[in-house]
Design a protein around this ligand. Structure first.
Ligand SMILES: C[S@@+](CC[C@H](N)C(=O)[O-])C[C@H]1O[C@@H](n2cnc3c(N)ncnc32)[C@H](O)[C@@H]1O
Length: 356
């Protein structure tokens, strides 16, 4: 899809001569906001060996190594669907965005206007779902990490943040029910910022897991939790799937999460992670068009870029926010020595039992 898009945008010639992203934007009259996705396009093609890269940062020059292949997105999609029809949702989301990319680059449309108009919501219900082959890995892995984080010998209070339409909570319930252990949760406080998602989650979770003592409330992780009804020291586990990386101020959100945990409680974040700094991840193709994803505060030591963090970024951010005993499941850094495209991990860390 990316090769076809670059060709459709008429960038093939300029890439054969060599260009910076800034030169492309100036030449086309594209909006400054276009720099994020265009930089990602070029870096992804460089990572795939199609472009050579000289220099770094805004001065980086990208040049095609030979004639850029045309790209065959229809064929790739057909091949994936033939292997497993549950691989369809990411293709549908990419297609919904691609036709509007020129308007985005000209500054006429935002990513939110394209992807979150009411008619497009079903795309997201299908995407953030345990029936989405790739996405469900986050939820299954996260559920395993939650099961391991629950206290032994007494039922737990769990708070989920950014629960969307409920796929992660459903996976937690399934994971525990498999062992007849749903009663290990005394109270599951499901929170989400978008009312449409929250209502849908409530309907689904209540009907599938009536025995789960779940509560549903609106919560914005960028604001004080207690003021929104989630009390300090009220949770044994705070859980979030692919949510915490979009906190506007990660350090502040982690501090709120730490305060929500009881001493000794565990934060579990199932996240897309990049094994190496700067490594492009395919899902960023779409998310880089969203202000919600890109418009976050960065910090050179703990969070050097918007979007997904490396395991080391997570360890530093968690330590700076006063967490201890960080764990990354699985060990994606070690895995990357053999396979560098496994991008999912459950990041956990504990609120210390007593203040140092
Ligand atoms: C990538 S989705 C993940 C959804 C859900 N965890 C799942 O896996 O199905 C991120 C979720 O975070 C929510 N979100 C965005 N900004 C938020 C904020 N400031 N506070 C809480 N949730 C937020 C979005 O509405 C969305 O449901």
């Amino acid at each position: 899809m990316l090769l076809k898009l670059v060709s459709d945008l008429g960038l093939t010639d300029v890439l054969s001569r060599g260009t910076t992203v800034g030169e492309v934007l100036a030449d086309r009259g594209w909006t400054p906001r276009a720099a994020i996705p265009v930089t990602w396009f070029f870096r992804k093609l460089a990572a795939e060996g199609e472009l050579a890269l000289e220099g770094s940062g805004a001065d980086a020059v990208y040049r095609s190594r030979g004639t850029l292949p045309a790209g065959e997105p229809d064929r790739s999609e057909a091949r994936s669907l033939a292997l497993d029809p549950r691989s369809a949702p990411p293709f549908a989301v990419v297609r919904a965005m691609v036709e509007h990319v020129p308007a985005f680059l000209r500054g006429e449309l935002s990513g939110e206007e394209v992807l979150f108009q009411p008619g497009k919501l079903p795309l997201w219900f299908d995407y953030f779902s345990n029936d989405n082959l790739l996405y469900q890995i986050n939820n299954r892995l996260g559920a395993e990490a939650v099961a391991r984080a629950l206290p032994i010998g007494r039922p737990a209070d769990v708070v989920e943040i950014g629960g969307g339409s409920g796929s992660a909570a459903l996976a937690v319930a399934e994971r525990l029910a498999r062992d007849g252990a749903l009663s290990r949760i005394r109270r599951y406080v499901f929170t989400e910022i978008v009312p449409t998602f929250l209502r849908r989650a409530e309907r689904t979770i209540r009907s599938r897991w009536p025995a789960l003592a779940a509560e549903f409330r609106k919560l914005d992780m960028d604001r004080n939790f207690a003021a929104q009804g989630v009390e300090p020291a009220s949770a044994d586990v705070v859980y979030a799937v692919n949510t915490v990386h979009i906190a506007r101020d990660l350090a502040a959100a982690l501090a709120r999460i730490r305060e929500t945990l009881r001493p000794g409680g565990v934060a579990v974040f199932s996240e897309c992670v990049r094994p190496f700094e700067g490594q492009p991840i395919y899902v960023e193709f779409v998310f880089n068009f969203l202000e919600n994803f890109t418009g976050v505060a960065t910090d050179p030591a703990t969070r050097p870029n918007h979007g997904f963090l490396t395991p080391e970024n997570w360890r530093r951010s968690l330590a700076a926010a006063g967490f201890e005993k960080p764990e990354i499941l699985p060990d994606v850094e070690n895995l990357a020595k053999h396979y560098d495209a496994f991008f999912v991990a459950a990041v956990s860390a504990r609120r210390p039992r007593s203040r140092p």
